[in-house]
Design a protein around this ligand. Sequence first.
Ligand code: ZN
Ligand code: MN
Length: 153
Amino acid sequence: MASRDWALGVRAPSAPEAVLREALEAKGQRYTGQRAAVYRLLLHSRSHPTADEVFTAVRREIPDISLATVYKSLEALVGCGLAVKLTYGDAAARYDGRTDPHPHARCKRCGAVVDMPVELAAQALDGLGDIRGFLVEGYRLELVGRCARCRAA
Ligand code: ZN
Ligand code: MN
């Protein structure tokens, strides 16, 4: 990854179904309408939903979708590089449809995860290259604290 990539903004694809079909088929996976619905939800969500939250939301569009199908769809999206899985020890994993490198902030009280400006990491990481024999190619940065809503409560 070129160092300039730290600062790139990424827009949602204009034809998500075509992007999804190509990515799934490249991994030998099947395109389905259910997977497309899960992908569209992630692309339009800012909240880094859990599988349960994705299930609740997608059921409005596809009432007979199962939680197991939602889980498998999410894993298929992660497997073909169209979503990122954020794990938190014992707490439920969250899913991000934004796949460019960007920092997160997590609320210790309510568990909310929000995007932070890429500049936060770009300043620290730009031009790092090689440290103690380790070649830096990416990062995970998570700030921890209290979200605006919990601070007001
Ligand atoms: Zn909070
Ligand atoms: Mn994110």
